[in-house]
Design a protein around this ligand. Structure first.
Ligand SMILES: Nc1ncnc2c1ncn2[C@@H]1O[C@H](COP(=O)(O)OP(=O)(O)OP(=O)(O)O)[C@@H](O)[C@H]1O
Length: 500
């Protein structure tokens, strides 16, 4: 076999008392797509971000192309051959696509008078987007006007532009719709075919088995095993990830659609820019309605609109008691919970503790007359969510920013599930969550449905939509283009036909 392009030897990493990595040895070879998989908090982001210069190991050493590798920063690593697309948003809102791409390198666009040529910079950014296969984004666009997927694609283009030898992609697929994923897969394969290497992190076992040549499993900061392609076996990989066999059903085991007739929420003629064009929807109590579609189909806008988070041009969202939901405050007062796809900016306060993030949603459950907060009761409430969702943390006071991606997602889920919402709008709720917790979340959704709660499940994952929904609504270009009732014979192909 050829020489490794990257060698990580006995890498350990501690954050205070938290041990994120213990003596990990990882070798990556040229022409290899290496998958990293493991439960939330198992150390995948930590090990890859050490290779990509984002943080330093507490112990151990690295070699890159046969030389000692000690990048001083992410930029240093990128300039010298290792680039990483991070899990959450790695872009800055409020500035343009071009400024995001060239923030640390504006000097190259200075003209002889010392002024930055914005035209040149914009043009180069537009070219970088085109180079990864995105032709509808130009360098002069403001990041704030772009959706979550497109912002991710800007990040990918920014890294690819530097032509690194190793590309690290940390749990990015779940931020992308099918079309965005195809762009990413194409790029990854091109890397391999050009003799470069890719480290690909995903919780989607099917995807990772399809995309990767080799697969390394991490558990609790320890490297458990590396599987070669011919050894890939979903059950074996799962067992090695969680240290035991996964028991019970993953998705719902019944195939009977809900027969509930009592309305929970009605949306009439919703209009919002190009994203919602006269959308009507009725959500019944005790029903899980799945919403799917390609990127920019309008499904994420629909979720926001139902929570009162959009200034609609026309139309109305009403609860069963006739209240018009015109802002999130009214929504919360009417027991509507909302998990946004854009977790770090819209669903969490990263600079606050886990306790504060969870407790804020559940005051009604532990405060006397919604006013007097009893510390003991609040703690019990928070601890219950931490335990039920197996949130990996040192304690409830830990800052949310210090949690791994999937554990942040569990905090958001816990905040809305725990507080007794009657209507739940869940936009990609299992994004970045490991299979064990995903299963627990699905079971919780079924329980809530059986209790009569109404759930709108917006998802990019077709198996999740088909596996969990009583009814699936498909959107395209801001309109509803298809509706399917739960059935054992429903296939991906049926649903996809309405998306494209
Ligand atoms: N800045 C930090 N401060 C304290 N603890 C941290 C910090 N960053 C990571 N950790 C902890 O290190 C452990 C490993 O986290 P890491 O993000 O590498 O996990 P992961 O496998 O990528 O998880 P996920 O699948 O949820 O993204 C976790 O317990 C996490 O809480």
């Amino acid at each position: 076999m050829n020489e490794p392009i990257l060698e990580m030897k006995n890498i350990s990493k501690n954050f205070g008392s938290v041990i994120a990595l213990k003596n990990v040895n990882l070798e990556v070879y040229p022409g290899e797509i290496r998958g990293l998989i493991g439960e939330n908090g198992s150390g995948k982001s930590t090990i890859s971000s050490i290779a990509a210069g984002m943080q330093k190991a507490s112990a151990g050493e690295m070699m890159f192309k046969g030389k000692k590798w000690e990048p001083s920063s992410m930029i240093d690593a990128l300039q010298n051959g290792i680039g990483m697309v991070v899990q959450e948003s790695g872009t800055i809102a409020g500035v343009t696509v071009a400024e995001n791409m060239f923030l640390a390198e504006l000097v190259q666009f200075k003209n002889k008078f010392g002024l930055i040529s914005k035209n040149k910079m914009n043009q180069k950014a537009t070219e970088a987007m085109k180079a990864i296969g995105v032709s509808n984004v130009t360098g002069d666009m403001n990041m704030m006007t772009l959706d979550f997927q497109t912002r991710k694609l800007v990040e990918i283009a920014k890294v690819i532009m530097k032509n690194p030898e190793i590309l690290v992609i940390d749990e990015t697929s779940t931020a992308l719709s099918q079309d965005g994923r195809e762009i990413m897969y194409k790029l990854i394969r091109k890397f391999r075919d050009n003799g470069k290497a890719v480290i690909f992190i995903s919780h989607d076992l099917e995807e990772i088995m399809e995309v990767c040549d080799t697969l390394t499993v991490l558990r609790d900061g320890t490297l458990i095993r590396t599987f070669q392609k011919e050894e890939f076996d979903a059950d074996k990989i799962r067992t090695s990830m969680i240290g035991r066999e996964l028991q019970g059903d993953y998705y719902r085991s019944d195939f009977t659609p809900s027969s509930q007739t009592e309305t929970a929420l009605t949306a009439n003629n919703l209009k919002y820019r190009e994203e919602l064009k006269s959308v009507d929807l009725v959500l019944k109590k005790g029903e899980i309605v799945g919403v799917g579609g390609l990127s920019s189909c309008g499904m994420h806008a629909l979720g926001k609109a139902l929570f009162g988070g959009l200034e609609l041009e026309e139309g109305e969202v009403k609860t069963a008691d006739g209240c018009s939901i015109t802002n999130p405050h009214i929504a919360v007062n009417h027991k509507i919970g909302y998990v946004s796809k854009d977790r770090d900016t819209e669903s969490l306060c990263l600079s606050a503790s886990i306790r504060d993030n969870i407790a804020i949603g559940g005051m009604e459950k532990y405060a006397v007359n919604n006013f007097l907060i009893l510390n003991k009761k609040e703690s019990e409430y928070v601890q219950k969510q931490i335990k039920d969702l197996a949130i990996k943390c040192s304690d409830a006071e830990q800052l949310t920013s210090q949690l791994s991606g999937g554990n942040k997602q569990k905090v958001v889920f816990g905040k809305w599930i725990g507080c007794g919402s009657e209507i739940l709008i869940l936009d990609c709720p299992t994004r970045g969550v490991d299979i064990g917790v995903k299963q627990a979340m699905y079971q919780l959704m079924v329980k809530l449905k059986e209790e009569g709660k109404a759930i709108l499940l917006i998802s990019e994952e077709l198996p999740e939509l088909i596996g969990m929904s009583d009814r699936i609504v498909i959107m395209k270009d801001g309109c509803i283009t298809g509706e399917f009732m739960r059935s054992e014979t429903l296939t991906d192909a049926d649903v996809i036909s309405c998306m494209i």
